[in-house]
Every structure is written in C-alpha cells, then in structure tokens.
Design a protein around this ligand. Structure first.
Ligand SMILES: [Zn+2]
Length: 426
C-alpha cells in the first residue's frame, strides 16, 4: 500500500477512518458521549477534511476520564502500558491481544524500513519493563520479523560492549546521547568499536535532524567517531504507531493503516505541509484505547514530496519541541531540543539542565546548569556567545557539580532523563 499513489493511500485511510468511527460509536463511552453532546452523526464524517467537525481530545481529557476511553472490559486486556508522565499523573493504556499484534506489525514495518532482515541480531538498549510500550513493541516487532533480540536494557556501557563483542549485533536500538557514552567508554578501554560489526542504530528520544532535516550536532558528533547509519524513530504510547526514517533520512514514514495525522495551528486549523504545527493523531485499528483527534503536544512538520526510497507515504519531520515548552525570549520563540542540540556541540560538558523561569517583567529567562571538564569563566561565556549567535537568546550559564545535576536528571520516578525544568507559572 505504501507504494500506491498518495490519493489511493488517502482513500484507503478514509475507509479505515469510517470503520474506526463506527467502532468508537459502539464501544467508547467517552466518544459516544462526545458525539452526542456535539450532535455529530458519524455517517457524515467521510473524509480527512470532515475530521475538522469533531472536537479534539487533549491529554487532560484522557487523564480526567481515563476509564471511559477503554473500549473493552479488563478481561480482554493483556498489557497495561502507561505514558511516561514526566509531568502530572501518568495515563494507563490497555492493549488487547489484537492491539499487541498491531504493535508488532507496526514495529516490524519500522525495522524493515531501516533494513533489518530475518536472521539479523539486534541489541535493545532501552528498558522493556516499567510499563514502557516502546521496549515491548521493539521486541514484538523483531520477533514478528524473524530477527534475534539481545535485551540488554538501558545504561551500563561495559555490559553493552561485552554483549556486542560476543554476539555481534548488526543493529542497535538506543538513545543517541547514550551512543556517545558508549564511544567514550570504548575509547577508555581500548575497544575497537568501529570494527565491532555494528552497522546501524535505530534512535529514539532525541532528534537526529533539525527542522530542515539536516543532521543535528548530536548526530554529527556520533558519526564523526563511529560512522553508523543513524535512523530516527518517533512514537508514543497514545499513537501506538511509529514514524521511522528510511535510508533517505527525510523524516519518518507514516504507516498508513495504523494512524491518521493532522498538523494544526493554535486555532486548530491545518497548517500548510512543510510548516510547523501541533501533531494531532487518530489511531486506526486499535481495540483497547483508540483515540480520535488526539493533540500530542508535539511540534512537527509534514513532508509530502515523494521519497527517493519509492514509498509514497508522507513523512513526519523531527519533533521540534513540546508545545507547552515553547520559550519566548525577546521576540524569538524556540524549543528546548534546539538548545539541547547546541550543547551537544560542547563535548567537555558532562551533564546539563535547562531551566526556564518567568521574570518580573513577564518574559522568560533561560538558565543553563552544566557540569563540565572545562569550567573557566571564559568557557562559560563561550557557550553563552554560541547561544546568542545560533539561537538569538542569551541564557545565564552556571556551573554545578556533576552529582547535583545527576540527582535532577536521573530521577527514579521518571523513565526518561530530565534535562528541562519549567518553573513558569501558567
Ligand atoms: Zn523514504
């Protein structure tokens, strides 16, 4: 299907959409109520354009009415995943047997897109437990594809290298900044990492491209030392689907039978393709907790030009930031990922935390705490100058001890490292 024309793909998605709407009407307490309250006749929703007639669903809605989003009883739920919940209460998603199969299919397609073949060995360097959907999806997808999995989990470079050297995986699944830690460890220990047999990595959590789809500084730093193919994948518990880059590295391809996307402005109107806006998704084929027009809070761009790989599905570019994390600084607006990436260009920095506060005159203030092998005043002002030149903002840069920052970053209550602290009142 992904090689059909974009019109055929759209028509196919609309057919799946109509099926999904009937399912929601029948099984979802939340959406049945929403249709009633807004006098929506689902038979009138036929095309993507008609979706605009239905109100969006927010994270707050799911948090407040979590149980009403379930379309099946508890006896049908096989796995209870949760959202990462770095802010606020995590939300629970129940997956049925069919949903797990859908997840496996989704991830199998992602792995096929990056070139994994039956018989390949893949090292999983993320967690599979803690109700984390992605780790489970990788395992299921590789199993379905017929590849072998090395479930090493997150962290511990020494253990990762022991397994790589012994089992010779062709692919890694990792957070990109951890690959830098792996390189550093290999250099200290004299491991010949470039010839260890690893060819490519599927990367999650941090952007490998900037808004123009060029390599981020982080991607450049990894590849300068270790010339792997670095593929970005973007997914979330709510979507239950991934957008994964092909060898053209021009954004992650849509899996047309699993999800519908819209990219909307602040007034919830579609932005032109190629421009940034909030990603809004509708899941297809989900049985347990399907979502209709869910606002992800992620700022992305949609790229519709045909791809050199031969797929005609559109692509979603890197997440440029979280909508709620937008920083306004003297006429400039920016998002934390661009700041994180700029700091990736300073290899002396061990850890950093970006803190945003609201000052007395109502503007945002940026403070960057760093622990670094180099912390002279000159070095700190070099960082500040770089921010001014590249991002047109002037943060305060302060040094802190490595231990102090690690306590903030590796919070045991969070599955993801915390490197952005928002102290603004809203
Ligand atoms: Zn492609």
């Amino acid at each position: 299907m992904e090689r059909q024309s974009s019109q055929e793909i759209k028509a196919y998605q609309e057919e799946l959409l109509r099926r999904q709407l009937r399912y929601l009407q029948e099984h979802s307490p939340y959406y049945r109520r929403l249709f009633e309250e807004h006098a929506i006749e689902i038979v009138e929703i036929q095309t993507m354009e008609d979706l605009l007639l239905i109100p969006t669903t927010s994270k707050d809605d799911i948090q407040t009415y979590n149980a009403d989003f379930f379309c099946v009883g508890r006896d049908k739920i096989v796995d209870y995943c949760s959202t990462s919940g770095t802010l606020g209460k995590p939300v629970t998603f129940g997956l049925t047997d069919i949903d797990l199969e859908r997840l496996a299919y989704n991830e199998m397609r992602s792995f096929q897109t990056i070139g994994v073949q039956p018989g390949d060995v893949v090292q999983l360097m993320t967690t599979m437990d803690r109700r984390f959907m992605a780790g489970l999806a990788y395992f299921l997808g590789l199993r379905k594809l017929g590849a072998g999995v090395l479930r090493v989990g997150s962290g511990i470079p020494q253990l990762q290298w022991d397994v790589i050297l012994e089992q010779k995986p062709r692919f890694l699944i990792a957070v990109p900044s951890f690959l830098l830690k792996m390189i550093e460890y290999a250099e200290q220990q004299g491991i010949d990492y470039r010839n260890a047999g690893v060819e490519a990595a599927l990367c999650i959590g941090e952007s490998l491209r900037d808004a123009d789809l060029q390599d981020s500084l982080l991607a450049q730093r990894i590849r300068e030392k270790w010339p792997l193919k670095l593929y970005s994948t973007y997914a979330s518990t709510e979507m239950g689907a991934a957008f994964t880059e092909c060898e053209a590295f021009q954004g992650g391809h849509l899996h047309e039978d699993l999800i519908i996307t819209e990219v909307l402005d602040d007034q919830e109107q579609p932005v032109p393709d190629g421009e940034s806006g909030e990603l809004v998704i509708t899941t297809l084929g989900v049985q347990g907790v399907p979502l209709l027009r869910f606002k992800t809070g992620d700022i992305v761009r949609r790229h519709i030009e045909s791809c050199s790989c031969g797929r005609n599905t559109y692509r979603i570019g890197p997440v440029e930031g979280r909508k709620q994390h937008m920083v306004k600084y003297k006429g400039t607006t920016l998002y934390p990922p661009a700041m994180h990436d700029l700091l990736a260009g300073f290899p002396e920095i061990e850890h950093h935390v970006i803190e945003i506060t609201h000052n007395d005159i109502g503007t945002d203030e940026i403070v960057i705490y760093i622990s670094s092998r180099q912390d002279s005043d000159e070095y700190l002002s070099q960082i500040k100058d770089h921010f001014r030149a590249k991002l047109r903002v002037a943060p305060r840069v302060e040094k802190r001890s490595s231990e102090e920052l690690q306590r903030i970053i590796f919070n045991p209550l969070s599955r993801k490292p915390i490197t952005f602290v928002d102290k603004r009142n809203r």
